[in-house]
Structures are given as structure tokens and as C-alpha cells.
Design a protein around this ligand. Structure first.
Ligand SMILES: Nc1ncnc2c1ncn2[C@@H]1O[C@H](COP(=O)(O)OP(=O)(O)OP(=O)(O)O)[C@@H](O)[C@H]1O
Length: 465
């Protein structure tokens, strides 16, 4: 029996750790100290008031869940806030009564055996909706298809709707958003969001307790089934077989299926061919990494929600450097807020660089010929090998000359080496290119602006730290 505060808190942490990402855990839970446990009340100490408020706002559900699991449903929680390094005990003494959480988890469906029409918790997170899902070219197809499906579930050609994309690009968010929107239009329809992991565990449980028929009955009554991260079904033959069965039945009945995955159906290894072919029946829409403007809009959105404002250079710096994972973008914002609160530091470019560097430590910190060629090629919408080619087309020549100019200015490479990296040109071509760029900067205002913009991107990038 656990009865001391530290053991209880450690047990809670074990539960919490499994539910949030490592960075958030480190930022918000590692600094907490258990103080005492008395009469089912756990007292924890947080570093400051801001910390307390953040935890209350963002993690109170999770804390409830953990405390109920470890202490029982009559548990309660006190915070003690450390201020100015002094312990100000009971300054904010909250006796938060912990109540049984009604909806943290999908209730095991087998509690409804044989019931004709069920009404189960759809397990949707209202925080993930279309209002806070920033639209961009990167998610246009998935977003539009999702909205169409929500208006007419089972009644469009997008069945199943398969949304795929790399880690942290919004698959779970959009899956819930579609579910929430559908619920708005059709409050009486039975919607269910389930992660593949949970779905698999439910099957294991059903098999063990001989309730597989109840399980199937339950799923056959769902009108809109959303299964997240179906790549987890790979190499799980029995789970795939059962899912296949459910899929066919629902599809045949005109019910809507929405699936997400981290890869396109054709690339799903360990998945039965018959399932893959069904995934291709409807629409497969990908989520791409957002462009700079969309990244800024996402961060803006998040800042509004948290009620904070960042200086423009800080915002731009983050967006220049974090390109391929929106969760990381948000993680940086949260880290910045935490760092500034814990260390009482202003959020400026210096602090931001420190935080960003921790997130992307694997990135090279030097400006290289490759990084310059990539940047210039991207700006002119060209492939890098075109820049290195012999082409004399005007825009290609300009891009090439500009890239050489940047390499000369921002690296220590010799003229010979630079020429070689641009399709084996000699040193006089490099000198001529740099001179031409300088002349253009002086004489052409729009060219000057392009140079400034690219230069900003180069120096904003982590390479410049
Ligand atoms: N277009 C967007 N607008 C606003 N926020 C977004 C957008 N896309 C993603 N996010 C946010 O990014 C974070 C990560 O998104 P999400 O968890 O949906 O990604 P995922 O693709 O499911 O990741 P994983 O592959 O790890 O499961 C979430 O906080 C989500 O709200």
C-alpha cells in the first residue's frame, strides 16, 4: 500500500508520463515536488504561480486521472507555490476536489451487450476543431475533404477518407475536427474516435474474455468511425482480420470511415493487401509540412489561445527554424513560456535561440554551400542541379550568381572551391558573379529586397547561431 507522498507522486508521474510528450513532461512535471500526503490529500509544490495556472489549465484532467488511479476517487490535491525562492506555504491553498472524470477514456464497449441502439462517448477532443486548425496549402485537400465528409458522412466518394502525413503534422487534430464538425451537423449520429492502439487492446481484451461478438456488435452500430494511426495495425494479423470485418460491414451499410496514418496506403508494410486495397477505395489525402506563412499563422493562433505575445523577430526565428513538425513548433512556444517564467527572463531572441537549439541540436550550425544552394533554389523554384548546370537562362543565371555571392560572403571557401561547387566554373566566374550581384543590389530595388529577404533567412537560420 502506497502511503507516502513521494511514492504516490511517483506513481502518478508514471501514469502522466505515458500520456504526454517527453518535452512537456520535462517542462511541467519534473519541477514539481511532492510535499506530503495526508488524509487522501496530496500536496505538491510548484515553482511559481504561473506554473500552477498552466498546470490547472492544461493538465488538470491528466492529474485527476492519475490521482484517481493511484489514490482513489475521493482524492484531493493541494498546491503549494514557491515564490521568489521562498516557500510561501498555503498562499494559494487549493483544495481541488477531484471528481470522477466522466470522459477521459473510451468506455469499454462490452458493457452494452445486446443493446439495440447504443449511445457511446464519441471520445472526441473538443480542443481539436476546424476553428483552430489553420488552413494552408499543406492541408488543403485533407481539410476540404474532411469538411465535405462532416456535412455528408457516408454520402461522398471520400469513403474511407484516409489522411496521412509525417509525425506532428496534424493528423490527430484533423481527425477529431472532422468528428466534432460531424457531431455539430448530426448530433444523433454515433461517432467514435479510437486510436489503433486502443482498438488493438480492446480486441485483446475481448478475445481474452470471450466477448468478441459483443465487440463486433458494438462497432457495427457506429455511424462514423475514426481510427487514428492505422499503421499500428501492421503485422497484427488478428486485429487486421477483425478490422477488415468491421470496415466491410460499415462501408456496406453506408457508414463513414476516417483513417489516419503516418504513411500512404501503398507504403504500409505488414498490412494485408485486401485492407490496403480497401483503403484506396475512397480518398487518400496527405498532410504536408506547412510553409513559412502557415507556420506563422499556427504559432499566432497558439499565442492568442495562451494569451501571450512574442516579439516579431522571435516569432520569425522560430518559424524559420522549425519546419517539419507542428508539435515541435508548439513545444518551443511552451518551453519559452516555461523558461521565461522559471528563470524570470524576458522572451527575446537570445532566449529563443537557446530554446530552439535544444530542439534542433542535430542541425548543422554552419552555413554551407549546400544550405545556400537549397535556399536560393527554393526561392527561385528551381532544382539545385539546375543551378549547378550550364544553363544560360536568365533566371537560372541570376539564381546561380546570387548563390555564389552568398557563399563568398558567408563561408570561407576559396574562389576555386566555390566555382567547383557550381558546376565546375573557374574563379573568375565567381568574381564576376559577385560583382554582378553587387551592381544589381545598387541599381535594382526589387532585387535588393530579394537579397535582403534571403540573407535574413540565412542568418535567421540556426546556422547563424
Ligand atoms: N493546421 C494546424 N493548425 C493548428 N494547429 C495544428 C495544425 N496542424 C497541427 N497542429 C497542432 O500540432 C500538434 C500536433 O498535431 P497532431 O497531434 O494532430 O499530429 P499528428 O500528425 O497526429 O502526430 P503523430 O504522427 O505524432 O500522431 C497539435 O497540437 C495540433 O493541434
Amino acid at each position: 500500500m502506497v502511503n507516502d507522498g513521494r511514492t504516490i507522486w511517483n506513481n502518478c508521474l508514471d501514469i502522466i508520463r505515458g500520456e504526454i510528450n517527453a518535452q512537456a513532461f520535462k517542462t511541467w512535471f519534473e519541477p514539481i515536488e511532492p510535499v506530503r500526503f495526508d488524509q487522501k490529500t496530496l500536496t505538491i509544490q510548484v515553482p511559481n504561480n504561473f506554473f500552477y495556472e498552466w498546470i490547472e489549465e492544461h493538465y488538470v484532467h491528466l492529474m485527476k486521472k492519475a490521482l484517481i488511479e493511484v489514490i482513489g476517487s475521493s482524492a484531493s490535491l493541494n498546491y503549494r507555490v514557491l515564490k521568489d525562492q521562498q516557500e510561501v506555504s498555503n498562499t494559494i491553498q487549493l483544495n481541488k476536489k477531484i471528481e470522477k472524470d466522466e470522459s477521459p477514456d473510451f468506455r469499454n464497449p462490452f458493457v452494452f451487450p445486446g443493446i439495440k441502439k447504443i449511445k457511446a462517448d464519441p471520445n472526441l477532443n473538443p480542443q481539436y476543431n476546424f476553428d483552430n486548425f489553420v488552413a494552408g496549402e499543406c492541408n488543403r485537400l485533407a481539410r476540404n475533404a474532411g469538411l465535405a465528409v462532416a456535412k455528408k458522412p457516408g454520402g461522398t466518394a471520400f469513403n474511407p477518407l484516409v489522411i496521412y502525413g509525417n509525425v506532428g503534422l496534424g493528423k490527430t487534430h484533423i481527425a477529431h475536427a472532422i468528428g466534432n464538425k460531424t457531431l455539430e451537423y448530426f448530433p444523433d449520429k454515433q461517432i467514435l474516435y479510437v486510436s489503433s492502439e486502443k482498438f488493438t487492446n480492446q480486441i485483446i481484451h475481448a478475445i481474452k474474455s470471450n466477448e468478441i461478438q459483443d465487440f463486433l456488435n458494438f462497432y457495427h452500430q457506429i455511424d462514423i468511425l475514426i481510427v487514428d494511426d492505422i499503421q499500428f495495425l501492421a503485422n497484427k494479423a488478428k486485429t487486421q482480420e477483425i478490422f477488415f470485418h468491421i470496415f466491410n460491414q460499415l462501408h456496406q451499410d453506408g457508414k463513414q470511415l476516417i483513417l489516419t496514418s503516418d504513411r500512404a496506403p501503398k507504403d504500409m508494410q505488414g498490412m494485408e493487401e485486401r485492407l490496403i486495397s480497401r483503403f484506396k477505395w475512397g480518398l487518400t489525402a496527405d498532410l504536408l509540412a506547412p510553409d513559412f506563412e502557415t507556420r506563422k499563422a499556427i504559432l499566432d493562433n497558439k499565442m492568442n489561445k495562451e494569451g501571450i505575445e512574442l516579439p516579431p523577430d522571435v516569432l520569425e526565428f522560430i518559424c524559420y527554424n522549425i519546419k517539419s513538425n507542428i508539435r515541435e513548433l508548439e513545444g518551443i512556444l511552451v518551453s519559452l513560456i516555461a523558461q521565461s517564467s522559471l528563470n524570470e527572463r524576458k522572451i527575446d531572441l537570445m532566449l529563443t535561440k537557446e530554446v530552439v537549439q535544444k530542439f534542433v541540436a542535430q542541425i548543422s550550425k554552419e552555413i554551407t554551400i549546400d544550405s545556400i544552394q537549397d535556399l536560393v533554389a527554393e526561392h527561385f523554384n528551381l532544382d539545385v542541379d539546375v543551378i549547378q548546370s550550364k544553363s544560360r537562362k536568365r533566371n537560372i543565371v541570376t539564381a546561380r550568381q546570387l548563390a555564389m555571392f552568398f557563399v563568398k560572403k558567408h563561408t570561407n571557401h576559396s574562389l576555386k572551391k566555390i566555382g567547383k561547387a557550381f558546376g565546375g566554373r573557374d574563379h573568375s566566374t565567381v568574381i564576376y558573379s559577385c560583382r554582378t550581384v553587387n551592381d544589381l543590389i545598387d541599381s535594382d530595388k526589387s532585387f535588393q529586397l530579394i537579397v535582403e529577404e534571403l540573407e535574413k533567412k540565412l542568418t535567421m537560420s540556426l546556422h547563424a547561431i
